[in-house]
Design a protein around this ligand. Structure first.
Ligand SMILES: [Zn+2]
Length: 436
């Protein structure tokens, strides 16, 4: 299938030519073929007139737990540890594959309709998530965050369910859909596992050259308890076991200390900032200026919908910008709109080892159209300012993932919303929360 987008205003995220007007973007198969102001030669299966629309790279949600969409707003009003222990862990104990499939489909529908084309997800029942992602059409780095609460002295890969889950996930799903799905190795967090598990996961990642996905220093108490227990920060402790050898994703990084950020920069680890979830759970604000000054790549994520309570990456961009102003603006000024957009696109793609996040020839065709005739986007003195501070998810009128249009003008082309609604209402919610 070949598609030509014509009359497009394109926010490319390519530093050489950030914004093009009256441009043509040609897509062939899964890739972008050409980008420019001259009409490309050749015939196209479809021509999309983009007058009044802005094209930008699809949004990359670099840290999420998509089946948690079923728990939207559940246990609101708590700090992270109360919320986890009192509400989330008991609800998760009742999940089965069918619930996970329903929650993942609902979450993916929300993401697709709000402009996301690529995610990094960490959750259990991961093979079920993989099946759902493959049908939905977006790209995903999938990870089953390893937990191990047993005695470290008794650890063996056979006794740790998540070792088997890593192996099955890798063997059955890594590179599925011609690279649509990548499998990352993963440790849920330092405080939910122990040294032999870290060592096993690190070895697994190195053996298969996989990325790594870990929650790191999300709360002050988690960070300080680790130092008390081990004499090291979570970042340094995990480094001792080779966890960061292939780089990876460190979700949150609210409380890095010592040389953590420098270590992460050396190892090529990306900090994934989840400002809405961090604020909702009263965890704090990650110091993005500091992380960037230390040389870290910074990307954005929503975290799970249970603590957000949406997958709205436009909101994530705006809150990220505003909360840095509030917390660090006096010393650092503002992050530019271009910086924030980079966090939500190209930086996330880099973190996920994806050839995407930029609208340029040869890149994966992950792109969205935003309706700039909408009242909230008019007038437009600066396109990037409008995208970061004014745009709403409802302004997304088209989502193309891997060269395929999967959402257009309110219609889902890969998902059946009626079926998803029925499955969530009639099966998943009663199964988890009981009959109302
Ligand atoms: Zn998380």
């Amino acid at each position: 299938m070949s598609i030509l987008f014509a009359n497009a205003t394109v926010v490319t995220m390519d530093p050489a030519r950030p914004v093009l007007t009256d441009a043509f973007v040609a897509v062939e198969g899964t890739k972008i073929l050409s980008v420019g102001t001259a009409h490309p030669a050749g015939e196209f299966d479809r021509v999309v007139d983009c007058a009044g629309k802005v094209m930008m790279p699809g949004l990359v949600n670099a840290h999420t737990h998509v089946p948690m969409t079923l728990m939207r707003g559940y246990g609101g009003g708590c700090d992270l540890h109360t919320w986890l222990n009192k509400y989330i862990f008991p609800a998760e104990a009742r999940l089965d594959d069918r619930c996970v499939a329903a929650g993942a489909a609902l979450g993916l529908a929300e993401m697709i309709a709000t402009g996301t084309t690529c995610i990094a997800d960490m959750y259990m029942n991961t093979e079920t998530i993989a099946r759902t992602v493959l049908d939905a059409g977006i790209s995903a780095n999938l990870a089953c965050g390893a937990v191990y609460f047993g005695d470290p002295a008794d650890f063996s890969p056979e006794k740790c369910n998540d070792c088997g889950n890593h192996i099955r996930l890798y063997e059955n799903w890594h590179n599925a859909g011609d690279g649509q799905i990548l499998v990352d190795a993963s440790i849920h967090a330092e405080y939910t596992s122990c040294a032999p598990a870290w060592e096993w996961v690190a070895d697994f990642a190195q053996k298969h050259n996989l990325g790594m996905h870990v929650h790191v220093s999300e709360t002050q108490s988690e960070h300080e308890k680790c130092i008390e227990k081990y004499g090291k920060t979570p970042a340094a402790l995990l480094d001792q076991y080779g966890v960061w050898e292939n780089g990876g994703i460190a979700a949150h990084c609210v409380y890095l200390s010592g040389g953590d950020a420098e270590l992460f920069a050396r190892r090529g680890v990306t900090a994934v900032h989840n400002p809405v979830s961090n604020l909702k759970l009263m965890s704090g604000v990650a110091p993005l200026f500091f992380l960037r000054e230390c040389g870290m790549n910074v990307a954005l994520g929503t975290d799970g919908v249970a603590s957000n309570n949406s997958h709205n990456m436009f909101e994530e961009m705006k809150v990220a910008a505003l909360i840095q102003n509030y917390s660090f603006g006096e010393d650092h000024g503002q992050l530019s709109a271009a910086d924030i957009l980079a966090m939500a696109t190209v930086n996330g793609a880099r973190a996920l080892r994806r050839n995407a996040g930029v609208i340029a020839p040869g890149k994966i065709a992950d792109l969205i159209l935003v309706d700039f005739t909408a009242p909230n986007l008019f007038p437009c003195h600066d396109i990037m300012e409008n995208l970061v501070y004014s745009a709403a998810p409802s302004n997304v009128v088209m989502n193309m993932a891997r060269g395929k249009i999967i959402y257009e003008n309110g219609t889902f082309l890969t998902l059946d919303m009626d079926r998803i609604r029925a499955e969530v209402s009639n099966y998943a919610l009663p199964h988890i929360f009981g009959e109302k």
